[in-house]
Design a protein around this ligand. Structure first.
Ligand code: COI
Length: 357
């Protein structure tokens, strides 16, 4: 049964960014958002589309004290045929529910979240930007809204989704980024929250990322929390490394997010009969491969940047230049394949796209 959704229109609409404006990432917001509330008695109720505005949270709300907050992020594309298509929306909604469960929060049933997001995007269709390489970023969030200072799972939650027209995630476009290999700080440990898209994970990452930027690096390469030896992820993205003819990505061990772009890239590589391994990769193996001239490509994958090539890895004793600092052949091929499917110029043979209209 379709979700009954009240619509409260904004009294005036904001001007959309001009075609000449650089959209960047997350700077502009659409006129309307979606909101739905949860109480343990009523479950999820009162679905509405309303103007994008402050939420009106009690200062005692549990999210502000104990960080019960999870989110996800997906994109809607304006295809070359004018149709709007969401990329793997159902998978993003399933992941949002899994993240909420990890933090003992009320999960939004994925089908309900998907319906809500599709209704909001239909309502805000004019906010899906037209320029090549742009999209509408969808940010669904669940937070604990119960005003209570005891430490236990809250019994009231808010689910909201906001929309932001975006361009590239990095200000340097798709040029390779230089990454600092972080050997002291840890983002997530085994048994912790790393596998959930919890707001707290992003707070945990900031100190290392600020320090890396001071050193002139764009982001951080995270190593495992126990030995600081095994590669886990890069910035907010999953990591892939091409050594010889093998493409390696760390196995999902619960310390980092099961990326939807990661899974899509693995699927495409297997379609193309590329040798792929989900296995542990130590920083020593990576350095050795570099010495032998076998480290051909390193790249991150994520919703925001899609594929982000890494051109250099910084260590305390110097920097490894990767692929002469240029975009690798496989990174480019994957970027073209994923974005081609997203914009509807390539066949969607895995059924990843949903037309919204
Ligand atoms: C993504 O790559 O989509 C991310 O998770 C980054 C986002 C937190 C801005």
């Amino acid at each position: 049964m379709p979700l009954p959704i009240e619509v409260h229109r904004a009294p005036a609409l904001k001007p959309k960014p001009a075609a000449s404006d650089v959209l960047g990432f997350g700077k502009y917001f659409a006129d309307h958002m979606f909101r739905m509330d949860y109480t343990s008695e009523q479950g999820w109720h009162h679905a509405r589309i309303l103007p994008h505005a402050p939420l009106g949270l009690d200062p005692g709300a549990a999210v502000l004290h104990y960080a019960q907050s999870v989110f996800d992020g997906s994109k809607v594309f304006r295809g070359s045929d004018g149709k709007l298509r969401a990329f793997r929306l159902q998978d993003h909604c399933a992941r949002l529910a899994a993240s909420a469960e990890r933090l003992c929060m009320a999960a939004v049933p994925p089908e309900l979240a998907r319906e809500a997001i599709e209704a909001l995007v239909r309502h805000e269709a004019d906010w899906v930007p037209h320029a090549p390489g742009t999209s509408l970023y969808v940010r669904p969030v669940v937070i604990a809204s119960e005003a209570f200072l005891g430490v236990r799972p809250a019994d009231k939650y808010i689910f909201f989704a906001i929309l932001s027209p975006v361009g590239g995630y990095f200000s340097n476009g798709a040029e390779p980024v230089r990454i600092w290999v972080e050997q002291e700080l840890t983002r997530a440990a085994p048994g912790g929250l790393g596998g959930a898209k919890a707001a707290a994970n992003y707070a945990a990452s900031l100190q290392a990322s600020v320090a890396a930027k001071k050193r002139g690096y764009a982001q951080v390469l995270w190593l495992d929390a126990l030995e600081h030896r095994y590669i886990e992820e890069v910035g907010t993205m999953n990591l892939f490394v091409r050594i010889g003819d093998e493409v390696i990505t760390p196995p999902l061990d619960g310390t980092f997010l099961p990326g939807i772009t990661r899974e899509s890239v693995l699927t495409l590589l297997r379609d193309w009969r590329v040798r792929v391994s989900e296995r542990k990769l130590s920083i020593d193996e990576l350095r050795e491969a570099h010495q032998k001239g076998e480290l051909h490509e390193v790249f991150g994958t994520g919703t925001a940047a899609v594929i982000s090539p890494v051109g250099g890895l910084g260590f305390r004793d110097g920097e490894l230049l990767i692929g002469e600092g240029r975009v690798g052949e496989l990174s480019r091929r994957l970027y073209n394949a994923v974005t081609g499917i997203q914009y509807g110029t390539l066949a969607d043979s895995h059924g990843w796209m949903t037309v919204i209209g």
